[in-house]
Design a protein around this ligand. Structure first.
Ligand code: FES
Ligand SMILES: [Fe+2]
Length: 412
């Protein structure tokens, strides 16, 4: 009875257009499609946005030991970066480019080494980017080795996430940049979720078209009608309206409902029994960091945290989290990097649940990809000049306008 009362009130409450009232400054007007299709706009995004903000490039667990490194392509700025843990344990990023004639220093992937050796003429660099050795050094004139290290990139970490900023003089620290969103998630046990599986896919759509597909739950009944929608709707919330949307100056967070007694098929029942309740992985709501489930809803399922500009964290009550990075390649091409993080399984039942999660999330992700290329090709026709948004799509409007603020600012 108590449950029914809560959900009926939810429905009445959510039937008002709450978010446009909370954020009137965002307006309600249709949005021009140009930022989704224009090559000129894309070039401005690359120059005025991606070169000046903090960008997530990975997690510390990827390079646990001194000498571990990985290479990452930052596609919007055409940069290859080298992220390494130094002998002092500090994580540093630098441009992956030799100071001699500009060869790429490490060609791809990840590994472990003492020093980086250029394959062209054998110059070598330390893990901290210092130039160590120059082949046949006496043949160079006025070589100042101290100034010829790898070009460093501002690097910092937050809760195990590695961020870089390509601006030689970042306008603010990572802590300032992440602001209230970052503070609110401190303490979540990200580092315990070390069983990771990942997908990468290149999709022919604009990076914002791609992100927008995750920034609302309005699509659930149609795109995920046979999958995740079952768990995200209930008597009081048949259309999976948001429990909460909180917008920060740059970032944003969305809370999604979870049905406490969903209609489970036999496999789901096994998963719930062995994977979730038996392992006590469901985090009691009272123990969550304050940034999760901001509405304090008893039937909270997960939060979507959008870390501006191109990262999302989906943090679930059942103790897993997902990280997405959207790497813009061109106005209508995006590389998507999706990683799912679980606690390492301690027994066969938990291993089964992990595999189930892998397969099940693959289905949902394929569903999410299903509309993107069709949407982009229609947008490219410019047959309609604007798109329109409803109240539960307000995060799309906020992200769109935040990107636009960067694009319109003049740069010195
Ligand atoms: S380009 Fe690297 S040593 Fe010549
Ligand atoms: Fe989706």
């Amino acid at each position: 009875v108590e449950q029914a009362r809560v959900t009926r009130e939810d429905w009445a409450e959510s039937s008002r257009r709450r978010w446009e009232v909370r954020y009137p400054e965002l307006g309600t007007e249709p949005l021009s499609i140009e930022p989704y299709v224009s090559k000129e706009y894309f070039a401005l995004e690359c120059d005025r946005l991606f070169r000046h903000v903090w960008i997530n490039v990975g997690r510390e667990e990827e390079i646990p030991q001194p000498g571990d490194f990985f290479v990452k392509d930052i596609s919007p700025t055409r940069s290859s970066i080298l992220v390494a843990r130094g002998k002092d344990g500090v994580v540093r990023a630098s441009h992956n480019m030799c100071s001699h004639r500009g060869n790429k220093l490490v060609y791809d992937g990840r590994g472990h080494c003492d020093r980086f050796l250029c394959k062209f003429h054998g110059w070598s660099y330390g893990l901290d980017g210092r130039l160590l050795n120059v082949t046949d050094e006496s043949q160079f004139c006025d070589l100042n080795k101290r100034e010829l290290g790898l070009t460093p990139i501002a690097t910092d970490t937050w809760e195990g996430f590695i961020f870089i900023n390509l601006d030689p003089k970042p306008r603010e620290s990572l802590t300032e940049y992440l602001g209230t969103l970052g503070e609110g998630l401190v303490g979540y046990p990200f580092a315990e979720k070390t069983a990771c599986f990942a997908y990468q896919v290149e999709v022919k759509c604009n990076w914002k078209v791609f992100m927008n597909a995750f920034q609302e739950a309005y699509h659930l009944p149609f795109v995920h009608g046979q999958s995740v929608w079952r768990a995200s709707r209930g008597g009081g919330n048949p259309l999976s309206r948001a429990l909460d949307i909180t917008l920060f100056p740059l970032h944003q967070t969305l809370s999604i409902y979870s049905n406490p007694s969903p209609d489970l098929n036999p496999v789901d029942q096994l998963v719930t029994r062995y994977g979730v309740s038996h392992s006590k992985r469901v985090v009691p709501i009272a123990n969550l960091p304050p940034g999760l489930n901001r509405a304090g809803h008893p039937n909270w399922g997960f939060d979507l945290e959008v870390v501006f500009p191109n990262t999302m964290l989906l943090i679930f009550r059942i103790g897993i989290y997902i990280a997405y990075n959207f790497w813009p390649i061109d106005a209508d091409r995006t590389l998507w990097d999706a990683r799912m993080y679980n606690s390492p399984p301690r027994n066969a039942a938990q291993r089964f649940v992990l595999e189930w999660n892998r397969v099940n999330s693959y289905t949902a992700l394929r569903e999410d990809l299903s509309t993107l290329e069709a949407q982009q090709s229609a947008l490219n026709s410019r047959a309609k000049s604007h798109v329109i948004l409803q109240d539960n799509e307000i995060m799309i409007r906020h992200h769109y306008k935040t990107v636009d603020r960067f694009v319109r600012q003049s740069v010195e």
